[in-house]
Design a protein around this ligand. Structure first.
Ligand SMILES: Cc1cc2nc3c(=O)[nH]c(=O)nc-3n(C[C@H](O)[C@H](O)[C@H](O)COP(=O)(O)O)c2cc1C
Length: 204
């Protein structure tokens, strides 16, 4: 059964531009995959903790040698990675927070970016192991000029980071939809959202 894994990260549940675009992508994907399953992770809801000492120790301890504490501390990572491997399409919605990814999304990334599961290191080289091969990333920016070739490109640690990270874990096809200036006047926001919706419509 086709599976969409949706990872939201705006702390705003109401009035979020990135979530609104995520809703459009999800609806289009379900229209194209009527029998499909959608798995949703709302990362800011407190369900994704930061890495702990036992989580990291568990990551680097063979399963048979893990203590009960390590097993418990890595269980959520196991589950999130299983969700990732099961997905035909990964959809991430991500606002720019202080020039980077929201901490809640980083917490999810820290639990799924795991040696032996989503990447390997052999003979001096990293290799991505994620079975999902396609991602759509929706990026939202309060102001403008963050995109490639624009004046604030160097301050954008959101899109370049997510492109690199997803490539690192083996997701080869990453498409990005951006909406900038979401805190501008209403006409600008409407125009920019319309453009982002049109860009997204071409992807699914
Ligand atoms: C904590 C926080 C930090 C932000 N940092 C930036 C920033 O560095 N640059 C920027 O242009 N906008 C910044 N913004 C604005 C958001 O990127 C913008 O409002 C975006 O649309 C939020 O996504 P959403 O509409 O899906 O909630 C920030 C917003 C918040 C809440």
């Amino acid at each position: 059964m086709p599976t969409l894994l949706r990872i939201d990260s705006s702390t705003r549940v109401e009035g979020s531009h990135t979530r609104a675009l995520g809703d459009q992508a999800q609806a289009a994907w379900l229209a194209a995959n009527p029998a499909g399953t959608v798995i949703t992770r709302n990362t800011p809801d407190g369900s994704i903790p930061y890495l702990s000492q036992d989580t990291i120790a568990g990551f680097f301890t063979p399963p048979d040698d893990q203590t009960p504490e390590m097993k418990e501390a890595t269980a959520l990572s196991d589950q999130l990675i299983a969700e990732l491997h099961s997905a035909d399409l990964l959809l991430i919605t991500a606002p720019l927070y202080n020039f980077g990814v929201p901490a809640a999304l980083k917490a999810w990334i820290d639990l799924v970016t795991r040696m032996g599961h989503t990447f390997s290191y052999e003979d001096g080289a990293f290799k991505g192991l994620t079975q999902t091969k396609r991602a759509i990333v929706v990026c939202g920016y309060g102001s403008g000029d963050y995109l490639q070739g624009q004046p604030k490109e160097a301050a954008n640690f959101l899109e370049p980071y997510l492109r690199f990270l997803l490539g690192f874990i083996g997701i080869e096809d990453v498409q990005v939809v951006s909406v900038q200036s979401t805190t501008a006047d209403a006409d600008t926001v409407t125009r920019n959202m319309d453009q982002a919706r049109a860009d997204l419509a071409l992807m699914i």
